[in-house]
Design a protein around this ligand. Structure first.
Ligand SMILES: Nc1ncnc2c1ncn2[C@@H]1O[C@H](COP(=O)(O)OP(=O)(O)O)[C@@H](O)[C@H]1O
Ligand SMILES: [Mg+2]
Length: 272
């Protein structure tokens, strides 16, 4: 695998539209996202923020090559994507560990699948980097929710993907654990500078982590309605940065765009 076109985005969605057969009314079509164009540069941390049900996971699935768009296309480092995006690692919202494998064996699984030679040493090293060096022999049920997320993070990063796709990875964690994990993610990202597409419904989280925040409209036919460069200094502490005047300013600016969409999404849920 080689990087094509030197100036190419790591991940580029071009006018992506995804239409599904409606779950509620079979025979009818539902357009989740329409005409979404979105690029993540190599090394850039981009968050997409929108209320629930807007098509955030749909977009991430398209970027991962798990879902073919109804129209539009995806480019990965300048080359059209067909099938699974092998340059991307994916971290889901839901628990994705295999309960019958230890923490170490969970991290090992992807490496073994790819036939990597020094897999056990590499897996152990990543467990250590996420602070679980001595927990390798624990099974998922013997770990806390935060520790399980760390294993998932190690599982994703051990494969050294050029693009990291994260779908609300920390939303199930309590706020303190979450902030610890966000800081750890930033530290790991700063060391390797991979392209990240991070999906969240939490504006604070999006601003604290990102170089750029993209706001999607409420569904149906969600599409970007605002894009904000986050010029906060790095390294950042996600808890501390929230108290800075610039953060509050950015939050106000983005919230003024997001607020109406959240209300629309909320009304739709009540009507459903
Ligand atoms: N495979 C599918 N079949 C039918 N409808 C779907 C499918 N996947 C997603 N949808 C619908 O598309 C919309 C966006 O879903 P999703 O991308 O999961 O939103 P989000 O991640 O922002 O909460 C929702 O209304 C959802 O019900
Ligand atoms: Mg989702």
């Amino acid at each position: 695998m080689s990087a094509v076109a030197p100036d190419a985005a790591a991940l580029q969605l071009d006018a992506v539209t995804c239409t599904f057969v409606s779950r509620d009314a079979p025979g009818q079509r539902y357009t989740a996202v329409r005409d979404v164009t979105l690029a993540v540069a190599p090394g850039e941390f981009v968050s997409v923020v929108a209320p629930t049900g807007c098509g955030k996971s749909t977009l991430l699935n398209v970027g991962a090559g798990l879902l073919a768009p109804s129209s539009g296309g995806v480019q990965v480092f300048g080359a059209p994507l067909a099938g699974i995006n092998r340059r991307a690692g994916y971290m889901f919202q839901a628990e994705s560990l295999m309960p019958w494998r230890t923490a170490l064996d969970n991290v090992l699984a992807g490496l073994e699948f790819r036939g990597v030679t020094d897999a056990p040493a590499l897996a152990q090293d990543w467990l250590r980097r996420v602070g679980l060096g001595v927990f390798g022999d624990r099974y998922p049920h013997q770990l806390s929710g935060g520790m399980r997320k760390r294993v998932s993070l190690a599982q994703t990063l051990v494969l050294d993907p050029d693009i990291i796709l994260m779908d609300e990875p920390f939303s199930a964690l309590d706020i303190q654990t979450r902030q610890l994990m966000e800081n750890e993610l930033l530290a790991l990202w700063a060391a390797k500078r991979k392209a990240v597409l991070f999906i969240t419904h939490d504006l604070d989280e999006a601003i604290a982590l990102s170089d750029r925040v993209v706001v999607l409209s409420a569904g149906p036919a969600s599409h970007p309605i605002g894009e904000f460069r986050i010029d906060l200094e790095r390294p950042r502490d996600v808890a501390e940065v929230r108290t800075t005047p610039r953060f509050i300013e950015l939050h106000e600016a983005i919230w003024s765009v997001l607020r109406e969409e959240v209300l629309k999404g909320y009304r739709q849920q009540l009507a459903a």
